[in-house]
Design a protein around this ligand. Structure first.
Ligand code: BGC
Ligand code: NOJ
Length: 803
C-alpha cells in the first residue's frame, strides 16, 4: 500500500494522507541552519549542532510522536484547523504534503479556505522561512484568526530536557512589533539569539507557553486559540515561546500571503547589546528585510531549485527502469547530501544529543557525496583526520561545532583508520587533487603536531599491520564496522555501554572483516604510493596485504563462506562450527570485493549468502540469529532475533553484496538485490516497511523478528552512500579513476542499456550503453581499448559503449 506518489518532474514525493505509518520527514538547510520537517509539519531547527545550538524544542518519546514543532492554527467560525493536520488534528477537506529538495509544501483546506504552507531554509541565510498563502474559495467573506507558534529550546538540548531547576528560571524574550526574540542566557555568556517574526502587524502575541496553552491543554487545543485571543504574556523563566496572532479577513476569492521567519543570529562579544541587557538586533533586522515580500521568498526558492538541479545534474541516468532512475537521479543523491550535513546526529531516531560525526560514518558518507561537493569533501577529510591519534588509531566521533574528538565514546574501533584511506583515495580519484596529501593535519587537534595528510594514511595502514592476533588477522578492538560485535567487552552490568566498556581485554579477538578491508584498501594505498613515486613503500604494503590475504585464506574461509571473526578465546565466529551466527554478511561483501580467493570463492560465498541470509528485503546480517545473550559477543546478542545487528537486513552493508556481485560480473544478482530494498522499489509495501519510501532506512526487521519487513532509523545511515556507490559505480559502472573515467556496467539481462551523464573533472561525459555484437568503447568517434575514457581538457565528451 502507498501513502503518496513520486512526482519525478517536480523532484518531489507527494504524501496524500496525514496518517503515514510514522512521521515521514524532510531536511531543510544546506549550510549552518538546519530543520527537520515531517509530513505534519513537526520537527525542529538548530544551528550547526543539534545538541549545542538547538533553536526549537522537540520532545522525543512524545505522544502523538510528532506533536509540537511548527504550530499553525486557522480559526474559521467554530472550527480550528492546521494546514498540515497537526497540531489541531481537525479532519481536513484536503491534505497534501510535498517533500521536495530542501523544501516542503503543505496544502490543506477546510470549509472553503485553502492554506498552502511552503517551508524552506533559503541559501546563504540562517533562517527558516514559512510562506503561508490563505485563499478564500468559499464564495462568502471569511473572518479568520491565524496563529503561528514556535516553542524555543534553551539552546543545549540535553540541559533543556534535564536541568529544570535552572531552566525554569532563565527563559527571556524581547518583543518588538511582530517579532519575538529569544534571548535566554544571552545576558551572560551566549552571543546568539533567535527570533520568530511575521511580515505583517500582529494583533496579539504570547511568549509564555503555559499562558498560551492554559492548564490541562496541549498543542491541539491552546486556550488562547480557543478564545481567539492573545494574552500578551511575557516569558519570565518557564517555557518561552513565540505565538503570533493575526486577524485576517478575506473577501470571497481573496487571498493573503504571510511570511513567518525563524532566524538565528550571532553577535561578536563587543556588539552584543544595544543598551543594558537589550540585544543588538541589527543583523536580525537585515535578515528580516531580505524576506519581507513574496517575491523575495519565491526568488530564494527558485535559487534553491536551481542549486539542486545543477548539483544533481552531475550524475544522471536514463533507463528503462523508472524506479532506478528516480533513485539515482533524485533521492539517493539527496540522501547522500543529508548524511553529509547530519552525519548520524539529528533525525527522528537520532536525538541530536548523542552521536555527533562518526569517524567511519563520515568517511563512508563521503563516498556518496564526493562527486557532488568535492571542495567540501576535502575539508571534511581534513576535519576527520584531525581527530586521529599519532599511532594511527582514532577517536570514534567528534562534535560538529567544536570538531574535537568525543572522549565519551573514545577510540579502539579498529576498522576506523582504514576508512580514511578509502575516502581519501576516492576523493583523489574524483578530483585529481593529490595536493590534499600534503595538507598539514594535526593529531588529536593539537597544534604543533601537524604532518602531511599522507602520513595519517600511512599510520592508518601500519596500525592494522601492527595490531594483529594469533591467526595473523587484524585485532578487532572495541568493535569493527559492526559496532555490536564486542568481543572484548564481557559486560554483565545493565546499561553499561557495549562500545566503551572492556572488562576483559583479550588482546586476541580478531576480525576477518577488517582483514578484507585491509586487502581492499591496502591495495588502494599501495597503488596511491606508486603514483606519487613511493615504490618501496608500495611494495611493503603489498607484502602486508599478501600476508593478511593468506591469513584469510587459511583461517578466514569456512568451506563455503568467509568467517566473521575469532573471539577472545580464539574460537571462530560466523562458522558452521557455531550453533548460531554461523554466517555473517560483512566478510562476504568485503572479502569478495577485495578479490580474496578469486571469483571461485566469490561465487561460493555469494551463493551461501543468498541461500542463508537472503530474504524479500535483502540480505540479513547473520544467521541463525542469536537467541540469548552472550557476554563474549556483546551487544549483537542483546537484540531480540531479527532486529538490528542480530539478523535484520542492515541496509548499509547490502550494497557491499551488490558490489561483490559486480566483482564476479553477476549483473542479475547485483540488480536483484538492489531492487529488494531500494526505497522506490518497495514503495507499495509502505504499510509493512513503514518508513519513508523516498529514503533508505538503516534496518529492516528480519525473518525471525515479530515485525518482519518493518524498517527503522530512516535517513541517517551509510546505506545512502554505499547504495549510490553500488548503483552508480557497480551496476551502472561509472567509476572515477586517477587517469580517467572507467565505464564498466554490470547490467541485468532485463536492461538493454542506458544513457548516462557524468560531470568529471570539468568534462561532461554523455555516455550511451547498449548491447551489441561489436563490443567496445568509442570516445568522440574513436575506438578506445579497455574501459577507461582518458582525461580530456574538452568540456564535453560523447561516449558509446557496446556490451
Ligand atoms: C547500534 C549500532 C550503532 C551503535 C552506536 C548500537 O546500539 O545497534 O547500530 O552503531 O549503537 O553507538
Ligand atoms: C550504525 C553506525 O553509525 C555505524 O558506524 C555502524 O557501522 C553500524 N551501525 C553497524 O553497527
Amino acid at each position: 500500500m502507498k501513502y503518496g506518489y513520486f512526482d519525478d518532474a517536480a523532484k518531489e514525493y507527494v504524501i496524500t494522507r496525514a496518517d503515514t505509518p510514522l512521521p515521514w520527514i524532510n531536511y531543510l538547510g544546506s549550510d549552518g541552519f538546519f530543520s527537520l520537517i515531517s509530513n505534519t509539519c513537526g520537527g525542529y531547527s538548530f544551528y550547526k549542532d543539534a545538541k549545542l545550538r538547538r533553536i526549537t524544542r522537540f520532545r522525543y518519546n512524545n505522544v502523538p510522536h510528532d506533536d509540537g514543532g511548527r504550530c499553525f492554527y486557522i480559526c474559521d467560525g467554530d472550527t480550528v484547523w492546521s494546514p498540515a493536520f497537526l497540531p489541531a488534528k481537525t479532519a481536513l477537506d484536503a491534505y497534501r504534503c510535498r517533500h521536495g529538495l530542501g523544501y516542503s509544501v503543505f496544502e490543506g483546506a477546510k470549509n472553503g479556505v485553502s492554506a498552502a504552507l511552503t517551508v524552506t531554509v533559503p541559501m546563504h541565510t540562517d533562517m527558516e522561512v514559512q510562506k503561508l498563502v490563505l485563499k478564500n474559495e468559499s464564495g462568502e467573506t471569511k473572518a479568520l484568526t491565524v496563529y503561528g507558534v514556535t516553542e524555543w529550546c534553551l539552546w543545549n538540548a540535553v540541559d533543556d530536557s534535564t536541568n529544570f531547576q535552572r531552566n525554569w528560571n532563565i527563559g527571556e524574550v524581547e518583543i518588538e512589533g511582530g517579532t519575538v526574540y529569544h534571548k535566554t542566557e544571552y545576558r551572560e555568556r551566549r552571543n546568539h539569539y533567535a527570533f520568530y517574526s511575521v511580515n505583517a502587524p500582529v494583533d496579539g502575541f504570547d511568549t509564555d507557553r503555559d499562558t498560551f496553552l492554559g492548564r490541562f491543554r496541549g498543542w491541539s487545543e491552546p486556550q488562547a486559540v480557543e478564545l481567539r485571543t492573545s494574552f500578551g504574556s511575557v516569558a519570565a523563566g518557564w517555557a518561552p515561546i513565540a505565538a503570533l496572532r493575526l486577524n485576517v479577513t478575506l473577501a470571497a476569492g481573496e487571498s493573503r500571503t504571510l511570511l513567518f521567519r525563524l532566524g538565528y543570529v550571532e553577535n561578536p562579544p563587543e556588539k552584543k547589546f544595544a543598551a543594558l541587557n537589550v540585544i543588538n538586533k541589527e543583523k536580525a533586522h537585515a535578515m528580516l528585510a531580505a524576506f519581507e515580500t513574496e517575491a523575495q521568498f519565491d526568488a530564494a526558492l527558485a535559487e534553491l531549485r536551481s542549486y539542486w538541479e545543477t548539483l544533481l545534474s552531475r550524475f544522471t541516468v536514463q533507463s528503462s527502469e523508472e524506479k532506478l532512475d528516480r533513485m539515482v537521479n533524485i533521492w539517493n543523491q539527496y540522501q547522500c547530501m543529508v548524511t553529509f550535513n547530519m552525519s548520524r546526529s539529528a533525525s527522528y531516531y537520532e536525538s541530536g544529543t548523542g552521536r555527533g560525526m562518526g569517524f567511519r560514518d563520515s568517511c563512508q558518507d563521503l563516498l556518496g557525496f564526493v562527486h557532488l561537493i568535492p571542495e567540501r569533501a576535502r575539508e571534511r577529510i581534513i576535519d576527520i583526520a584531525s581527530i586521529q591519534f599519532a599511532d594511527g588509531s582514532t577517536y570514534h566521533q567528534y562534535q560538529p561545532l567544536t570538531k574535537r574528538g568525543n572522549a565519551d565514546v573514545g577510540s579502539g574501533f579498529n576498522d576506523d583508520p582504514l576508512w580514511l584511506v578509502a575516502c581519501t583515495c576516492a576523493y583523489i580519484r574524483e578530483t585529481g587533487d593529490f595536493s590534499i596529501l600534503d595538507e598539514p593535519t594535526p593529531f588529536n587537534n593539537e597544534t604543533g603536531t601537524e604532518v602531511p595528510l599522507l602520513e595519517h594514511l600511512r599510520r592508518s595502514v601500519s596500525y592494522t599491520v601492527t595490531h594483529r592476533g594469533p591467526h595473523g588477522l587484524p585485532l578487532i578492538g572495541r568493535a569493527d564496522w559492526n559496532d555490536c560485535l564486542n568481543l572484548n567487552c564481557f559486560s554483565l552490568t545493565p546499561g553499561e555501554s557495549f562500545q566503551t566498556c572492556s572488562n576483559f581485554e583479550s588482546g586476541k579477538a580478531e576480525s576477518v572483516f577488517i582483514a578484507g578491508m585491509f586487502v581492499k584498501y591496502g591495495k588502494e594505498y599501495a597503488a596511491l604510493c606508486d603514483r606519487i613515486g613511493l615504490h618501496t613503500e608500495a611494495d611493503e604494503v603489498r607484502a602486508s596485504v599478501g600476508e593478511i590475504e593468506r591469513a584469510v585464506l587459511i583461517h578466514g574461509w569456512d568451506g563455503e563462506w568467509f568467517r566473521r571473526a575469532y573471539d577472545a578465546f580464539e574460537r571462530p565466529i560466523g562458522s558452521r562450527k557455531n550453533a548460531e551466527g554461523q554466517i555473517y554478511i560483512e566478510p562476504q561483501g568485503f572479502c569478495v570485493m577485495a578479490g580474496i580467493g578469486g571469483a571461485d570463492y566469490g561465487r561460493r560465498a555469494l551463493a551461501s549468502t543468498e541461500k542463508l541470509l537472503g530474504n524479500e528485503f535483502g540480505i540479513e546480517v547473520l544467521h541463525p540469529c542469536y537467541t540469548e545473550y552472550h557476554d563474549y559477543l556483546g551487544e549483537i546478542s542483546s537484540y531480540p532475533p531479527g532486529y538490528k545487528e542480530n539478523g535484520s537486513v542492515f541496509c548499509h552493508n547490502n550494497p557491499w553484496i551488490t558490489l561483490a556481485y559486480c566483482t564476479v560480473k553477476d549483473g542479475n544478482g547485483a540488480f536483484d538485490l538492489y531492487t529488494r530494498n531500494a526505497p522506490a522499489y518497495i514503495e507499495d509495501k509502505s504499510e509493512i516497511h513503514r518508513t519513508e519510501p523516498y529514503c533508505y532506512s538503516q534496518t529492516i526487521a528480519g525473518r525471525d523478528a515479530k515485525t518482519y519487513g518493518e524498517a527503522k532509523n530512516a535517513w541517517l545511515t551509510g546505506t545512502a552512500a554505499w547504495s549510490f556507490v553500488a548503483v552508480s559505480q557497480g551496476i551502472l559502472g561509472v567509476r572515477p579513476d586517477y587517469d580517467g573515467l572507467i565505464v564498466d556496467p554490470c547490467l541485468p539481462d532485463s536492461m538493454d542499456g542506458c544513457r548516462l551523464s557524468r560531470l568529471f573533472r570539468g568534462t561532461r561525459y554523455d555516455i550511451t550503453v547498449r548491447r551489441g555484437a561489436n563490443k567496445g568503447l568509442v570516445v568522440d568517434g574513436k575506438a578506445v581499448s579497455g574501459n577507461c575514457i582518458p582525461l580530456t581538457s574538452s568540456p564535453s565528451c560523447l561516449v558509446e559503449l557496446t556490451i
